[in-house]
Design a protein around this ligand. Structure first.
Ligand SMILES: [Zn+2]
Ligand SMILES: [Zn+2]
Length: 196
């Protein structure tokens, strides 16, 4: 294989994996915002926030419905982004990969709530690489205060974000600048407290 072919292959891989990790980071920010500040009574987003809260009580409720009913909202949003990116000239391998991976964030999250038998060998193998989030990794979000491990797509970003306390720092910044304090999820024992 020529040097050019190797560098082209590496460039493609970098953009595709970069897109995956960007989508994972966005999934984490969105999930964090829903869990810590979201109100199920809000218009538009309220429905998604309510479903998310319900899945903290009964994680398997996330699996109900069909591929279409679980994903139609996020697929519609993703398609709008792809169209906008195309017309403003931002659509490339990196942004396209980020949007398309993001459109599967719900489904990747759902797979982390299924057993290996339900997922089948291909998804189970991908989960073992950490490129798809594993059940064991996602379980860390469902423990204690539902206030860590917000990224739902891979096993790779959460450890760094937790070590750097990214979301806790953001919460402190929001509290300092606006006075708004994050809420404790209603599935969490009220005695659980982590200082903000
Ligand atoms: Zn959550
Ligand atoms: Zn979950």
């Amino acid at each position: 294989m020529s040097v050019t072919a190797v560098s082209t292959g590496a460039g493609i891989a970098l953009k595709v994996f970069g897109g995956l990790y960007l989508a994972d980071a966005i999934s984490g920010v969105f999930h964090w915002f829903e869990d810590r500040y979201g109100n199920p009574k809000w218009p538009v987003l309220g429905h998604t926030i309510r479903e998310n809260q319900q899945h903290h009580h009964t994680p398997r409720s996330f699996l109900k419905g069909t591929l279409w009913t679980r994903n139609r909202e996020v697929w519609a949003i993703g398609t709008v982004f792809l169209i906008i990116f195309y017309f403003v000239g931002w659509l490339n391998l990196f942004t396209g990969a980020a949007v398309i991976f993001g459109m599967f964030a719900n489904e990747i999250h759902a797979a982390a709530h299924r057993s290996p038998k339900e997922n089948g060998p291909v998804i189970t193998a991908l989960q073992k690489t950490g490129l798809m989030q594993s059940h064991k990794h996602h379980a860390a979000h469902h423990r204690k205060g539902k206030d860590s491990h917000y990224c739902v797509m891979t096993n790779h970003l959460n450890p760094a974000l937790e070590r750097l306390q990214v979301f806790q720092r953001l919460e402190r910044l929001i509290k300092w600048s606006t006075g708004v304090v994050p809420r404790l999820d209603d599935s969490v024992n009220p005695r659980y407290r982590r200082a903000v």
